[in-house]
Design a protein around this ligand. Structure first.
Ligand code: AMP
Length: 400
C-alpha cells in the first residue's frame, strides 16, 4: 500500500510517497512559491532528482506537478497513479472538534473551514490542499486528515483554560490547544518502544525544539499539558516568536509605538524570539556561532532559550508528579547538543545524568539514549517523523 502524505501551506506544498510495506519513503519533494511564481523540487529514494521553475497559480496546479513527477519516466517511482492507495493530509488546527484523525468528506472539510478563524493561514491552506487533491486524484482515492492538535485533546480543562472571562471560551473557543501533536505522539511512542515498556506506565516530557518549539507533559500516553496555546506563539521562545510573556507587554508596546493588532501580530510572530533578541538570525546555528565568537546578545538569546527549556521541564515534572523519560527532538533538539548538555546538567537534582560524549555524538539523525546507566531519568534524542504517523493513521482508517 502506497500513501501520499501532504503538508499544504499557503504558498508551499510538501509531499512524501511512503510504501507501507516497509514504511520507506519512495519520493519526496516540495512545491514552493505557489501563487507567486513557482518552484518544484522532487527526489527519489535512490537519488534521482529534478528541480525547476514552473508556474503554479494554485494548489491544483501544484498537485499536477507532483502527479507528473511520481509517474515520470526518469524520476518517477510508480507506473500509474492508481498505485497511490490513499492520501494523508497534515492539518494544524483541529480545535475541539477533532480529537483524532478522520477520513475526509464534505462535512469534515466544512468543519476544518469553520476552524479557519483559529488558524487563518494554516487551515485555509489545508482546505485548498484537500480540495486540489480531490480535483487531481478524484473521489475514489480516500483522503485522511491528521491534526497537530489532536494528541493534545486529552488535556484537562484546568490546563487548557485561560483566566479571561469565561464567555470568550463559549463565544470564540479561546483556550489552549497545543501544536506539534503528531511529533510529540511519535517520539513519546518511540521512547516507550526503546525502553521496552508500555506507554501507559510512563511519565514522559517531550521537547520538540525547532524553528517552532513546544514542550509536552505526557502521563500514561495522554497529554496533560503542553506549552503552545491558542496559537503556536505561546511557550518557549522560538526562531522569530516570543513564546510566553506578560500580556501587558503587548498592549504597552502597541500603545507606545502606535501599532495595530495585525502589526503587533507580526512583531510577536516574525520579529521576536532568537531574531529579536540576538539581532542576528532566527537560526540557532547562526546565533550559537555568534555567541561562541563573543556576541553578547547572541549569548543572551542562547541563555534565555536554555533557561526556558529548563523551566518548562521543571514545571512539567511537578505537573506529572515525577518523570521517567525526557525526549529531545526536531532541528534544535536533535542537533544542538550543547543546549541538551546545559539543561540536563541542571536537572541533576531530579537524578538526570547524561553521558556528555554520547550526547555530543547524538546529532544528524542519530537516535538513542544519552543518559547514563546511573541516571534516574532516561534521556533520549529521537528524530521526529510526523509523516510516518500521518501515513500510519491514513492506512489504518482506510483499511478499517
Ligand atoms: P526545524 O524547525 O525542526 O527544522 O529546526 C530548525 C532549527 O534547528 C534551526 O534553528 C536550526 O538552527 C536548528 N538546527 C541545528 N542544527 C541543525 C541541522 N543539522 N539541521 C537542521 N536544523 C538544525
Amino acid at each position: 500500500m502506497k500513501i501520499l502524505v501532504i503538508n499544504a501551506g499557503s504558498s508551499s506544498m510538501k509531499y512524501q510517497l511512503i510504501d507501507m510495506d516497509d514504511e520507506s519513503t519512495l519520493a519526496k519533494g516540495n512545491c514552493e512559491r505557489i501563487g507567486i511564481d513557482g518552484h518544484f523540487k522532487h527526489t527519489t529514494y535512490d537519488g534521482r532528482s529534478t528541480e525547476y521553475d514552473v508556474e503554479m497559480t494554485n494548489h491544483t496546479e501544484a498537485f499536477i506537478q507532483i502527479k507528473n513527477a511520481l509517474i515520470d519516466e526518469k524520476v518517477g517511482v510508480i507506473k500509474e497513479l492508481s498505485e497511490v492507495s490513499a492520501i494523508g493530509h497534515r492539518v494544524v488546527q483541529g480545535g475541539s472538534i477533532f480529537k483524532e484523525s478522520k477520513i475526509v468528506d464534505e462535512k469534515v472539510i466544512e468543519d476544518i473551514e469553520s476552524l479557519i478563524p483559529l488558524a487563518p493561514l494554516h487551515n485555509a491552506a489545508h482546505v485548498q490542499g484537500i480540495r486540489a487533491c480531490l480535483d487531481v486524484f478524484g473521489k475514489d482515492v480516500p483522503e485522511v486528515v491528521v491534526f497537530d492538535t489532536a494528541f493534545h485533546s486529552t488535556m484537562p480543562q484546568t490546563a487548557y483554560m485561560y483566566a479571561v472571562p469565561y464567555e470568550y471560551y463559549d463565544k470564540y473557543a479561546v483556550r489552549r490547544y497545543g501544536f506539534h501533536g503528531t511529533s510529540h505522539r511519535y517520539v513519546s511512542a518511540r521512547c516507550a518502544e526503546l525502553l521496552g515498556k508500555d506507554i501507559k506506565d510512563l511519565k514522559i516530557i517531550t521537547c520538540h525544539l525547532g524553528n517552532g518549539s513546544s514542550i509536552t507533559a505526557i502521563d500514561g500516553g495522554k497529554v496533560v499539558d503542553t506549552s503552545m496555546g491558542l496559537t503556536p506563539l505561546d511557550g518557549i521562545m522560538m526562531g522569530t516568536r516570543t513564546g510566553c510573556l506578560d500580556p501587558s507587554v503587548v498592549t504597552f508596546i502597541a500603545e507606545k509605538e502606535g501599532l495595530s493588532p495585525s502589526e503587533m501580530d507580526t512583531l510577536l510572530n516574525k520579529k521576536s524570539g532568537f531574531l529579536g533578541i540576538s539581532g542576528i538570525s532566527s537560526d540557532d546555528r547562526d546565533v550559537s556561532a555568534a555567541a561562541e565568537a563573543g556576541n553578547e546578545r547572541a549569548k543572551l538569546a542562547i541563555d534565555m532559550l536554555e533557561y526556558q527549556i529548563l523551566k518548562y521541564i521543571g514545571s512539567y515534572v511537578a505537573v506529572l508528579g515525577g518523570v521517567d523519560a525526557i525526549v529531545f527532538t526536531a532541528g534544535i533538539g536533535e542537533n544542538q547538543y550543547s543546549h541538551r548538555e546545559t539543561v540536563c546538567h541542571k536537572l541533576g537534582y531530579i537524578g538526570v545524568e547524561i553521558d556528555d560524549e554520547v550526547n555530543k555524538k547524538a546529532i544528524r539523525g542519530v537516535e538513542g539514549k544519552i543518559s547514563t546507566e546511573n541516571s534516574k531519568v532516561d534521556v533520549f534524542v529521537i528524530p521526529t517523523n510526523e509523516e510516518i504517523v500521518i501515513a500510519r493513521d491514513t492506512a489504518a482508517l482506510v483499511n478499517a
